[in-house]
Design a protein. Structure first.
Length: 146
């Protein structure tokens, strides 16, 4: 049994910041369920869907849900690792390259988790964690050196 899925781009929706749903081109869980229900509702009574096909589609849905959950867990784990790494830099001397291309170093005094990537404070400068190029034990040097 063949089913036209061209309508899924219009019926599969995501919420925006205002809570309104807008179209998306991704097949999500709801689109999959809508497709399965439409397939069951419109099947030919004289030739019903094979139960193995139904089991296959149900298994695919379960697998998709598991993969989404795994991706979410992995994303959260990575964010936690970045936060822990940033916290361990407090009191350590780091080296980074600033926006002008100059290499700078200094001792980390604080960490901020306000943005998507943690930032460490060196003197009056906020440095994103992904900009740090080296970490060494803190010495009795000034907070920021050029």
């Amino acid at each position: 049994m063949s089913i036209d899925v061209s309508f899924l781009g219009a019926t599969s929706r995501t919420s925006d910041a205002s809570g309104q749903k807008g179209p998306t081109k991704e097949l999500d869980k709801q689109a999959f369920l809508d497709l399965l229900v439409a397939q069951l509702r419109n099947q030919d009574p004289s030739a019903p869907m094979d139960s193995s096909q139904l089991m296959t589609q149900t298994t695919q849905l379960s697998t998709m849900e598991s993969l989404v959950a795994l991706a979410d867990t992995q994303r959260e784990s990575f964010a936690l690792q970045m936060r822990m790494s940033a916290a361990q830099l407090v009191g350590q001397q780091i080296t980074w390259t600033d926006a002008d291309g100059a290499e700078k170093s200094g001792v980390v005094s604080a960490v901020s988790y306000a943005g998507p990537v943690p930032t460490v404070r060196v003197g009056d400068t906020d440095v994103t964690l992904d900009a740090v190029s080296a970490v060494t034990s803190a010495t009795s040097t000034p907070a920021t050196t050029a």
